[in-house]
Design a protein around this ligand. Structure first.
Ligand SMILES: N[C@@H](CCC(=O)N[C@@H](CS)C(=O)NCC(=O)O)C(=O)O
Length: 205
């Protein structure tokens, strides 16, 4: 699959708004980066397609999302967001401390996401009764450390996209907690109204 160096191509599974890829898709839209999408059915043919993606150099691991961007191929969705943030000079903290907070919350999100993935078909009692209360409480405290609405306050960062998307996915799988921390209610309300992504979020409901 060869593309022009300047073309941005997003590769992901055809699973709607679920999963890690949507974090990146939302980020690309918000950043105003134009891209085309290649979606792969997640069915019995996927193992073969995954192998082809490895052979073609699109995904070293055979997993997605993968992004063709400015002549490079990027995988691992959180490092992709970090790379894009640095490239754009936006979406990250400014001081070392701010960058650390953003990275730390993104790291908590990675753990949360892998638990969500293991639970999305049939959420376990442990995920519903122990994991989600733990993550919402923990992340809610980080968000409560500023006036909000975003993790660092007024300025959106790449971690906000990950946190929004895991909350959205928990909502879709019926695993979001009932008593959301106020800091996260405020965050979600404002995030969903962001200019470049509000329509996209609305049409996915
Ligand atoms: N560490 C990778 C994990 C990627 C990953 O596991 N992607 C899933 C979809 S969300 C996938 O490709 N699943 C297909 C499979 O397991 O074969 C990342 O953060 O992007």
């Amino acid at each position: 699959m060869s593309t022009q160096p300047s073309q941005t191509v997003y590769h992901y599974l055809d699973i709607g708004r679920l999963g890690r890829g949507e974090v990146l898709r939302l980020f690309l839209k918000d950043a105003g980066i134009e891209f085309s999408e290649v979606r792969y059915p997640y069915d019995e043919n996927w193992p073969q397609i995954s192998k082809q993606l490895q052979e073609q150099g699109i995904s070293r691991t055979g997993l997605v999302p993968a992004l063709e961007y400015k002549g490079k191929i990027l995988t691992q969705h959180i490092p992709i967001l970090r790379y894009l943030s640095r490239d754009l000079g936006r979406y990250d903290g400014e001081t070392s401390w701010e960058k650390y907070i953003v990275d730390a919350v993104a790291d908590i999100y990675i753990d949360w996401r892998s638990e969500w993935v293991s639970n999305f078909m049939h959420p376990s009692e442990k995920y519903k009764n122990e994991s989600t209360p733990k993550y919402y409480n923990l992340v809610g405290k980080y968000y409560a450390e500023t006036e909000g609405p975003y993790l660092l306050g007024e300025k959106v960062t790449y971690a906000d996209f990950a946190i929004y998307q895991i909350m959205d996915n928990d909502r879709r799988t019926g695993t979001i907690v009932e008593d959301l921390p106020q800091s996260l209610v405020r965050f979600m309300d404002v995030f969903e109204k962001r200019e470049n992504i509000a329509a996209l979020i609305e049409e996915g409901r």
